[in-house]
Design a protein around this ligand. Structure first.
Ligand code: GAR
Length: 214
């Protein structure tokens, strides 16, 4: 019998290379999740083209058309619900998500950030790491909360900074690691293997609490 896949909604603002990694993994029959909708806050996000090429529902919502950030996030929540989304993945989504989304998806909004949090929060993490002169940086996948880059950490991995790196070469190295880990984090969530205790997230061993129907 065909096993049911969990439905994810991917929020983007830009190139969508991490969205592409998810599209590729989700195409495997055994992967426990599928993408229900891709939503962008920018009309020119290349990720929307990636979604279209993959035959996925895609939505651009213009913040200018809403009176407040809450109203905007309410509209995003409605789109997510319309497409049956169970897990929200922020894959290069450069806006804070607010209570309409967070309340609708408790412990089910995952963010990706190109540094080892809590270092180098914000929108230019790789540049900031280079400017600081650190020898290693990394990637963080965490549950989103009501602030930027602060929620409980799910996965981190170190990425070395090379002597001759510029922002482009460092970001390329970071992206390769992100593309490997983001689908894995989705898989862990979709198979019930993430357990949160305050700020600490345990990854349960395979088979411990896996959903029977996956
Ligand atoms: C990724 O590197 C992600 O970590 C970063 O945006 C990039 C999106 O790349 N997110 C943030 O900086 C969030 N604060 P992509 O559009 O090619 O997936």
């Amino acid at each position: 019998m065909q096993k049911s896949k969990r439905v994810i909604g991917v929020l983007i603002s830009g190139s969508g290379s991490n969205l592409q990694a998810l599209i590729d993994e989700c195409s495997a029959p055994a992967f426990p999740a599928r993408i229900g909708v891709v939503i962008s806050n920018r009309s020119d996000a290349f990720g929307l083209v990636r979604a279209e090429r993959a035959g996925l529902p895609k939505v651009w919502l213009d913040r200018q058309e809403f009176d407040s950030n809450e109203a905007y996030d309410g509209a995003i929540r409605d789109k997510l619900r319309e497409h049956g989304v169970e897990l929200v993945v922020l894959a290069g989504y450069m806006r804070l998500v607010r209570s309409p989304i967070l309340d609708a998806y408790p412990e089910a909004v995952i963010n990706l950030h190109p540094s080892l949090l809590p270092s180098f929060t914000g929108a230019s993490a790789a540049r900031d790491a280079l400017d600081y002169g650190v020898k290693v940086t990394g990637i963080t996948i965490h549950f989103a909360d009501a602030e930027f880059d602060t929620g409980p950490v799910i996965i981190q991995e170190v990425v070395p900074v090379h002597q001759n790196d510029d922002e482009k070469t460092l970001l390329e190295r970071i992206h390769k690691v992100e593309h490997r880990h983001l689908p894995y984090a989705v898989k862990l969530w979709a198979t019930g293997r993430l357990q949160t205790h305050g700020r600490r997230v345990r990854i349960l061993p395979k088979g411990d609490k896996s959903r029977e129907d996956i």
